[in-house]
Design a protein around this ligand. Structure first.
Ligand SMILES: [Zn+2]
Length: 174
């Protein structure tokens, strides 16, 4: 698949975050990635939004808190795998705004199910970022080469079947 400019940017950004903020004491990325911890390390707040009116399709969004700091709101009514990806997606939105110096203009970004089909540039960025953060390309390629079974890959990355399927398709490894 030919990557567009937005996707290359998102890939590079996620790669940088992985190498700067996600390495353990042995210099390795510990998987499944704890995206809540990554948000914390980046100075991003996180709150479980258990508003009963929050629909189950709305998995998360981010906006500035009262002190002007970026904060991710996560719907706890979703599986652990989806939550991991949701937080990674929202980190993508915030990280892009931080890099662009536009964090003070951060508007609530919804991660609704529809957005995952994204044609919107910000959504493409956030989805690409999240995929690389949670399923780093080099590691996916290595494990696929080692013939690690699909269900084991799901467990190692802590992702849903559909997230892994998309990732393998996009890397033309399916
Ligand atoms: Zn989004």
């Amino acid at each position: 698949m030919q990557l567009g400019r937005t996707q290359r940017l998102a890939d590079d950004s996620a790669f940088n975050v992985l190498n700067k903020h996600c390495l353990d004491e042995n210099g390795r990325i510990s998987l499944p990635l704890d995206t809540v911890e990554v948000a914390r390390r980046l100075g991003i707040g996180l709150e479980w939004d258990d508003d009963p009116n929050m629909s189950s399709e709305r998995s998360g969004y981010s906006q500035l808190d009262s002190e002007g700091k970026p904060k991710i709101f996560v719907n706890p009514k979703q599986g652990r795998e989806r939550m991991r990806f949701t937080v990674a997606h929202e980190i993508g939105h915030i990280y892009r705004a931080m890099c662009d110096g536009t964090i003070d203009q951060l508007v609530p970004h919804d991660r609704a199910e529809l957005a995952t089909q994204g044609t919107d540039d910000d959504e493409i960025y956030a989805n690409t970022f999240a995929a690389e953060l949670v399923m780093p390309e080099a590691i996916v390629r290595r494990w696929v080469e080692e013939a690690v079974p699909f269900t084991k890959l799901m467990a190692r990355f802590g992702v849903s079947k559909s997230a892994l399927t998309n990732r393998l398709n996009n890397l033309e490894l399916a």
